[in-house]
Design a protein around this ligand. Structure first.
Ligand code: ZN
Ligand code: ZN
Length: 408
């Protein structure tokens, strides 16, 4: 990949993704094997006026060693220095840039029970800080290829070709070409969402009904104050940013306790470094009451029992089959991309800014509205080419999706 394109991509992530402000601090999270690209991101962040850019390096083989070698007791501790870091973050509200590149199978073979239990132990200590920072800082997630990820996506290609193909796919889906003004392309792309989310919010649907020939036959309730989002987001201070690059979804949060029927997945799910394949769920009173998977079903068991809210839904998202990610025809084995190829749902936490008037509501009030809370938020793909989605208000149907795409 040419240096020029890499720089252009790094600039896009800093300017459009995180929209780093003059004098702001920036935290960059990325893998140690991406040091060259991350250096470009740091450089662009300084160019945008960042006061200090801190990189928090990780490396999947090291993460794997932690889960293998550390005791559950040790993994479950939350030392004071980590808490100090969160306090600092809450005080300074740095923009956060996450660069993904992990191998989708990279943590295969670790003890998932240990991983789940240690996360359950640590989460209550992180939660108050997360909640206090919510909607107050810009964050973005973007990806760069790694050899193992590229080989997973293009198993029949040589590593160098697979890497090039994955780079090309990332650039295409992120609206970046050799010649375009990508910042401008994103401005145009973001406009597309605005009329749709406004319209869907104005319909105040009581519930949505999903049907497709693969067996999905499912209803999910929405909150009276459910607001639809999509494309760029704003902090409470009014700074615009793009949480996901790419992004093609329009989404809201469902009402906890209202979901019935069967949902069949249409893409594998990479969860905690392993792939769950060909799975489905049955919902009753909003809760997943049974599920099965052809591969790695035990990971679903862990995921859905992480806490009380883990088996309830926190997101419904609509993505038409013409989305750029779907048109690429590539299965990325990475939710950041695959969720933008397909209508999806998410288990776990709902985003508070999908509730009308969230700015002045307490956590308790959000809960009363029906917003689900959990330590997890995991998207899974359900969109099919023949999917129909109908919204109902006071019993009257409105066709939202027909044959996998917008019906209005
Ligand atoms: Zn989503
Ligand atoms: Zn999500």
């Amino acid at each position: 990949m040419t240096k020029r394109m890499l720089k252009k991509y790094a600039e896009l992530i800093v300017k459009v993704g995180a929209n780093v402000q003059k004098g702001q601090e920036v935290f960059v999270y990325g893998s140690a094997d991406q040091c060259e690209f991350i250096t470009l991101v740091v450089e662009e962040a300084y160019k945008a006026g960042a006061k200090e850019v801190s990189v928090q390096w990780s490396y999947q083989p090291v993460t794997k060693l932690h889960y293998k070698k550390m005791t559950l007791k040790q993994l479950s501790l939350f030392p004071a220095w980590k808490e100090e870091k969160l306090k600092y973050q809450l005080d300074k509200l740095p923009a956060c840039i996450h660069i993904l590149s992990d191998d989708p199978d990279g943590l295969k073979g670790i003890n998932y029970d240990k991983m789940a239990k240690s996360r359950q132990a640590v989460y209550p200590k992180i939660k108050p800080y997360r909640e206090a920072m919510d909607n107050k800082y810009q964050w973005t997630i973007a990806a760069v290829p790694s050899p193992n990820w590229a080989k997973k996506v293009f198993p029949n290609e040589r590593v160098s070709i697979a890497m090039k193909k994955l780079w090309d796919a990332i650039f295409t889906t992120c609206h970046l070409t050799e010649v375009n003004d990508a910042v401008d392309a994103w401005r145009e792309h973001n406009k597309v969402f605005h009329s749709r989310k406004k319209f869907l919010t104005s319909k105040h649907f009581d519930y949505l009904e999903y049907k497709s020939s693969n067996g999905t036959d499912f209803k999910v309730g929405l909150m009276p104050g459910s607001k639809w989002g999509g494309g760029s987001d704003n902090t409470l201070q009014g700074v615009t940013f793009n949480p996901n690059m790419p992004t093609e979804e329009v989404f809201t949060a469902p009402k906890k306790g209202v979901a019935e029927g069967r949902v069949v997945s249409t893409k594998p799910l990479s969860y905690n470094g392993a792939l769950i394949e060909n799975f489905e769920f049955t919902f009753k009173d909003g809760k997943a009451v049974s599920w099965k998977a052809e591969k790695n079903g035990e990971l679903l068991d862990k995921m859905l029992t992480m806490d009380e809210g883990a088996c309830y839904l926190g997101e419904v998202a609509l993505v038409p089959k013409e989305s750029g990610v779907n048109k690429s025809g590539i299965l990325f084995y990475e939710t950041l991309f695959d969720e933008n190829a397909s209508c999806h749902l998410a288990f776990g936490k709902g985003y508070s800014d999908t509730v009308e008037g969230f700015e002045s509501m307490t956590e308790e009030q959000l809960k009363e509205c029906g917003l689900n809370d959990s330590m997890i938020h995991v998207d899974f793909m359900v969109g099919a080419d023949d999917m129909t989605i109908t919204g109902y208000k006071d019993g009257a149907p409105f066709e939202i999706f027909k044959n996998g795409t917008w019906a209005f």
